[in-house]
Design a protein. Structure first.
Length: 124
């Protein structure tokens, strides 16, 4: 598998978990997911693979897959993915404690610095 597909799938899996972390999938969060798909030029086949997998798997398995894919990526790709997640956590206007936990724990598992994510998010 190539690193671009790893990046795309890892990003999609983690975004999916972040969207559903507070138990409510807001319309603005759904729009944000589609915007990420478009901005990152995620191929339809990759998005379809993701969509199929999240319907079949439990959140724990989705998380594990997301982290595995992200950890195959370059540090730059990891940082980009977490900037998307950071911005996504604010998409519905509130940041839920479960979103914060997921974000912080995932950043730690990917060996990325939270301050680097925040700094990059403010630049973009």
């Amino acid at each position: 598998m190539d690193s671009q597909k790893d990046y795309h799938l890892g990003l999609l899996y983690l975004v999916h978990l972040l969207i559903s972390a507070d138990g409510v999938v807001d319309e603005s969060e759904q729009r944000q997911l589609l915007k990420i798909r478009d901005n990152e030029n995620i191929p339809a086949a990759t998005f379809d693979e993701f969509s199929s997998q999240v319907r079949q798997k439990k959140d724990r398995d989705i998380y594990q897959l997301g982290i595995e894919y992200i950890n195959r990526c370059s540090d730059e790709q990891k940082l980009d993915a977490f900037v998307h997640l950071y911005k996504m956590s604010e998409a519905d206007g509130t940041v839920h404690v479960k979103e914060v936990r997921l974000l912080l724990y995932s950043i730690k598992m990917a060996s990325i610095e939270f301050n680097d994510v925040v700094a990059r998010a403010k630049q973009s």
